[in-house]
Design a protein around this ligand. Structure first.
Ligand code: ARG
Length: 464
């Protein structure tokens, strides 16, 4: 057991208590951020005269050595230490003796862990944003190729009106674009430095908090030391954004699963992204999409867990807050993994364009347009709705599409129908006369695609 305290204790910690309390098994993942924070702290301590130049240089050099050895795998972070902060400090003291003992001047593990977690999360936000950008590029590519690929649009999972694959994909583009905007908002709100908050009440040393904030790429220091050590809002916001991303991925996965089913056959998932059955040789299962859908609950769970952990915590730091890590790390890993796999699956997926088109043709998706035709020829909409309803019933009975009816058959239902009806209710016309902003016509889609392309160019990453 290597711990940073013990002076006021007369007994050794019980072994089980030690293990229950320790966080090294999971906080070791931010060793880099811990060292980065310590280096900034030491630079600032020297700048205000608390450390000499030599002391500063010795500590920074040794911290960098520790970092390099951990990265190289020659220095192992073992469970002998209580947490990552103890590990770094103990190693520093081992190597530098008394000079190393000065590192923690004007600092508490409370503001240290608040800083480490913020630095780690800030990087995660950037990574997640980058992955979403790649996913958006895959989606945009599919959109560009498919402004003429007709498919049924659904409501209630019932065929409703014809749309295009570009249009359907465009809906997901908007969702993931908003997800990136959310990440951007969170980044800007959380980018303030808690270091210098001390245990809770700041410190009597003349720390220059503005300098450490600047050295670590923050906009400035947090403005209340109690809040500085006990704020986890940024994590809750990030978990909420990740939950929304997962919800979008899960909806998309559900569509892929339906589209890939034997009944639909709109898509074929690439062999590299599907799995087989141990018993049924014919099976090719959409496991990746199912797993993405399934893992969504895990990320929601992290959000609810942290909200629940935080709800009863009086100011300022309490040990409950150590619970923020494992669940957040799991949610971050899960969401990133899901975005990457989903993008790969989408990028390699084959769209059965003929099947999609036939499905749109055979589902009376042009019924609204047939009714609108009658309206344009003077029939009141409610009557037109009734007439086309009867026409659909007739077609179901005859097992044919509206387009397959002869003009005679159509006229028997309404004399208003003329020869030009066939062009009006063709899938192409139905789609391409929907010219409003955001609608599926080729012209509208091309305008939107140009805007989305510009958005991606203008927002390559979150910028401070
Ligand atoms: N492992 C702790 C955590 O994750 C670090 C802070 C410890 N502070 C303390 N007062 N015990 O929250």
């Amino acid at each position: 057991m290597a711990q940073l305290w013990g002076g006021r204790f007369t007994k050794e910690t019980d072994q089980l208590v030690y293990q229950f309390n320790a966080s090294i098994t999971f906080d070791k993942r931010f060793y880099k951020e811990d060292i980065q924070g310590s280096i900034a702290h030491v630079m600032m301590l020297a700048s205000v005269g608390i450390l000499t130049e030599e002391e500063k240089n010795a500590i920074i050099k040794t911290l960098n050595e520790i970092l390099a050895e951990v990265e190289a795998g020659t220095l192992e972070i073992t469970e002998e230490y209580e947490d990552i902060h103890s590990f770094v400090e103990a190693n520093l003291i081992d190597r530098l003796g008394d000079v190393g003992k000065k590192l923690h001047t004007g600092r508490s593990r409370n503001d240290q862990v608040a800083l480490d977690m913020r630095l780690y999360t800030r990087n995660q936000i950037l990574d997640t944003d980058e992955q979403l950008r790649e996913l958006l590029q895959v989606i945009l590519h599919i959109m560009k190729e498919n402004t003429q690929t007709i498919m049924p649009g659904f409501t209630h999972l019932q065929k409703a009106q014809p749309i295009t694959l570009a249009h359907h994909m465009g809906a997901y583009f908007e969702m993931f674009k908003r997800d990136r905007q959310r990440l951007n908002d969170i980044y800007h709100r959380m980018n303030y430095c808690p270091l210098g908050s001390g245990a809770l009440a700041g410190t009597t040393y003349p720390l220059n908090r503005g300098l450490t904030a600047e050295l670590l790429g923050f906009y400035g220091p947090t403005l209340n030391s109690m809040d500085g050590v006990s704020d986890r809002d940024y994590l809750i916001e990030f978990l909420s954004a990740l939950s929304t991303i997962m919800m979008h991925l899960s909806r998309f996965s559900e569509e892929v699963i339906i589209w890939n089913s034997n009944e639909y056959q709109f898509v074929e998932i690439d062999d590299a992204y599907s799995t087989g059955s141990s018993i049924m040789p014919q099976k090719k299962n959409p496991d990746i999409a199912e797993l993405v859908r399934g893992k969504t609950g895990r990320v929601y769970g992290a959000l609810i867990s942290l909200l629940t952990t935080m709800k009863g915590i009086p100011l300022a730091y309490n040990k409950d807050m150590q619970e923020d890590k494992e669940l957040s790390f799991d949610a971050m890993d899960t969401a990133k993994g899901c975005i990457a796999l989903f993008a790969g699956m989408l990028d390699t997926m084959k769209f059965n364009k003929d099947t999609m088109r036939k499905s749109a043709n055979n589902g009376f998706t042009n019924a609204t347009d047939a009714a609108d035709y009658l309206v344009k020829h003077g029939v009141p909409f409610r009557d037109a709705h009734g007439i086309v309803g009867r026409l659909v019933l007739y077609c179901i009975d005859q097992n044919k599409a509206i387009d397959d009816c002869s003009l005679e058959e159509l006229k028997a239902i309404s004399p208003v129908f003329e020869d030009d009806i066939y062009d009006v209710i063709s899938m192409e016309t139905c789609v391409n006369t929907r010219l409003t902003v955001g609608a599926p016509s080729k012209i509208s889609m091309e305008q939107v695609i140009a805007l989305e392309e510009r958005y991606l160019e203008e927002h390559p990453k979150i910028s401070s």
